[in-house]
Design a protein around this ligand. Structure first.
Ligand SMILES: O=C(O)C1=C[C@@H](OP(=O)(O)O)[C@@H](O)[C@H](O)C1
Ligand SMILES: C=C(OP(=O)(O)O)C(=O)O
Length: 424
């Protein structure tokens, strides 16, 4: 849908960037933390949560189900009451809300309706709904296998074993695991199909469950077993969002400058940690230091051949850097990105080529060959990561105008402000 707000003129760097930044919390960790705190037997605090459209939608979804979520000094306090309908949940275009809340809603008493942005109705959720039905939930999706839908909850879910194809989204598996301990028989999820994407996000789910005292067995590949039991999430600390570090580190790489991201964890399940390797291969000098993680540009920007299946959400920024590299790139393993916020493969190819680039779609990715870019409008397709990719290209290509920069608020509030600080 065309956006009528004026385009945002991407700032161009007239010298190498040189900045140290604090990034807001991880979307993926914040929304898992909220679900776990909602299911916990004790009140909980989520420390340093991300406040953004996706996490505010998650908090609102929980409140609609009667769970207390209140702000206290920058943290979120969660008062875990038994979920209840009738309720309406707006998922916006948040995959985590669309997939993680239905299993929790199935534990409520009363009907819970789900709907969201027009794009949310096109994003896959069918395999999760079929699995929920198999586990004993009453799901009315009018046979569409998509939003809008109603979960006619009866206060309990039997649970047990279920097989599904999670090649379309790892979030189907995470969703069932996050609430699975509260199902009467727990849950055993078995994946059958093409490989599940986003393995680090599955690791994050398992690790956060175990930290909350839930028993999870991952000894058999593609099978996850969650034992029935209580969840104890009295305090969960959220790490900085490393996927959102991507455009800032890219700024250092592309301008031959330096960016330090404070408090980068030495060990993490976040997929953004792969940026250390990816951007080193593309020419950055990347190292931990006492403040965090620092990337220094070396003046060299190399293309990359990479299977990004595990870290698909990094693709838009990697593609933006690739469009400015000296050698070709081939990014594969990411067919599932066609059903993300937008068809990211098609969108990246179109926007890079509209600026004079040479990109081509593959069934499961894209190829980008070096060619000088020129200014123009960079479409953002209501996709936060497309918008930040336009900003990255605009840093070194004069005259790039990014459509609807406000869409970055999905996961990174005040991106323009942070970007202005880094590029000033
Ligand atoms: O569980 C999560 O927090 C996420 C999992 C991934 O989803 P897919 O497996 O659908 O790509 C990722 O792309 C998304 O941004 C966040
Ligand atoms: C795919 C993404 O989000 P979602 O959680 O909506 O799936 C993303 O943030 O890149």
């Amino acid at each position: 849908m065309p956006n009528s707000a004026p385009h945002w003129s991407a700032p161009t760097a007239d010298r190498p960037v040189n900045a140290t930044i604090d990034l807001p919390g991880s979307k993926s960790m914040t929304n898992r933390a909220l679900i776990l705190a909602a299911l916990s037997e004790t009140p909980g605090v989520v420390r340093r949560p991300l406040r953004s459209r996706d996490t505010d939608l998650m908090a609102a979804a929980l409140r609609a189900l009667g769970i207390g979520v209140s702000e206290s000094g920058g943290d979120w306090s969660v008062d875990p009451r038994p979920p209840r309908g009738p309720a309406s949940v707006d998922v916006g275009n948040a995959g985590t809300v669309m997939r993680f809340v239905p299993p929790l809603a199935a534990l409520a008493t009363g009907d819970v309706e789900f709907d969201g942005d027009p794009r949310a109705r096109e994003r896959p959720v069918g395999p999760l709904l079929a699995a929920l039905r198999h586990l004993g939930a009453d799901v009315d999706d009018g046979g569409r296998g998509a939003l809008p839908l109603v979960i006619r909850s009866r206060g309990a879910v039997r649970g047990g074993a279920v097989t599904l194809d999670a090649s379309g989204s790892s979030q189907f598996v995470s969703a069932l695991l996050l609430s699975g301990a509260r199902f009467t028989e727990g849950v055993e999820v078995r994946h059958e199909g093409a490989p599940v994407p986003s393995q680090p996000h599955l690791d994050m789910t398992v690790e956060m469950l175990r930290t909350a005292g839930v028993q999870v067995d991952t000894s058999v590949p593609d099978v996850w077993r969650v034992a029935p039991g209580t969840v104890k999430a009295s305090e969960i600390a959220v790490e900085p969002d490393l996927s959102n570090a991507a455009p800032f580190l890219a700024a250092a790489l592309l301008t031959g400058g330096r960016v330090t991201v404070r408090d980068w964890p030495r060990r993490t399940t976040q997929p953004g940690d792969a940026l250390r390797e990816i951007f080193a291969e593309m020419g950055g000098d990347v190292a931990f230091d006492e403040e965090g993680l620092t990337l220094r540009g070396t003046g060299e920007i190399r293309g990359i051949s990479a299977d990004l299946r595990e870290v698909g959400e990094l693709t838009p920024t990697v593609a933006a850097v690739a469009a400015l590299a000296a050698t070709p790139s081939r990014l594969t393993g990411i067919a599932h990105l066609r059903r993300h916020e937008t068809d990211r493969i098609a969108a990246l190819v179109r926007e890079i080529n509209d600026l004079g680039g040479d990109a081509e779609e593959l069934p499961d990715g894209l190829v980008i060959r070096p060619r000088p870019l020129h200014g123009g409008v960079f479409g953002s397709y209501d996709d936060h990561r497309m918008a930040t990719s336009g900003a990255v290209i605009g840093l070194v290509v004069p005259g790039v105008e990014v459509e609807d920069i406000a869409t970055t608020g999905k996961t990174l509030p005040d991106f323009p402000g942070l970007w202005a600080e880094v590029t000033a």
